[in-house]
Unconditional design. Structure first.
Length: 291
């Protein structure tokens, strides 16, 4: 008898389950419509019910979210460990390269010192400089000069180089007790022996009162490339070689034009540098004996 009763219950439950699945969507829609109608009639009741349902399910949601948060933290930790490992490998490789460069530099330094001792090389004296403020630019239309607040009492001497930032902008041409005058490299009277840094072609930088001085006395077969740096050649002994002056801006009918590294229209402070080298004025007159 018991098995027969159990089979009857199973046969009865199956149609009820199918009926519930068939009408569950309709029941949910009807419940939603009923809740909307109740919300229109009594909004306070709906808000209270929503709050109580939220409070009832909050602990469950919190318990379910904790494993997910823990898993996210574990994944993040694994990713961090992987990133740290990769960064460590990169730093090790970089450190190995730097160690090789350091060993090469030490070897070259020792070789350089040895060769200097054999040749009895005398290094250039250390340069000294004075920082001065620009206070006037008289005659800017026809003469490119500046007046700075440093003079004879500060140790300024005629012929010293005037630098702004990392580039040379001119030389001291007049020295007073309290002030000095600097002739810019763009002035029509300015001449500076230079060399093209890449091609090593020597030339003379000549100002013509324009914003871009030109290179003269370049060899006929010389090739100047736009963007190539122009530095002092050291010829004449007034300046050491390698002081940046500008870059080649254009090559054309107007000749090879050089754009100064420093903005000569916005100079506020200059360094008046004494390189301690034996020689005459910082610039030379244009003649062909210097090449």
């Amino acid at each position: 008898m018991k098995p027969r009763t159990s089979g009857s219950v199973v046969r009865l439950a199956a149609p009820l389950r199918a009926l519930a699945q068939r009408f569950s969507f309709l029941l949910l829609v009807a419940a939603s419509v009923a809740l909307m109608m109740v919300g229109k009639v009594d909004p306070a009741f709906v808000d209270t019910a929503r709050s109580r349902v939220t409070d009832a399910f909050a602990p469950i949601l919190d318990a379910l979210s904790r494993p997910a948060a823990t898993a996210a933290r574990v994944i993040e930790s694994v990713v961090d460990v992987q990133n740290v490992y990769e960064e460590n490998q990169r730093l090790k490789a970089e450190n190995a390269r730097l160690t090789q460069w350091r060993q090469a530099a030490l070897r070259l330094e020792a070789e350089n010192n040895s060769l200097r001792s054999v040749l009895r090389y005398k290094p250039d004296p250390a340069a000294s400089y004075i920082t001065a403020r620009v206070i006037a630019a008289p005659g800017a239309t026809f003469f490119r000069t500046l007046v700075v607040t440093a003079g004879r009492r500060d140790g300024v001497r005629k012929g010293q180089a005037a630098l702004a930032g990392s580039g040379m902008v001119g030389r001291v041409v007049e020295v007073g007790e309290w002030s000095s005058r600097v002739l810019l490299i763009t002035d029509i009277n300015a001449r500076v022996p230079v060399v093209l840094e890449s091609s090593r072609q020597r030339a003379l930088l000549a100002g013509d009162n324009s914003d871009q001085p030109k290179l003269i006395y370049l060899p006929p077969d010389a090739v100047a490339t736009v963007g190539e740096r122009v530095v002092t050649s050291g010829h004449g002994g007034a300046y050491p070689p390698g002081i940046p002056i500008g870059v080649v801006a254009s090559v054309g009918e107007r000749g090879v034009r050089v754009q100064p590294i420093a903005d000569l229209s916005r100079l506020e402070h200059l360094r008046l540098v004494d390189f301690g080298l034996p020689g005459g004025p910082g610039e030379v007159e244009p003649h062909r004996d210097w090449k």
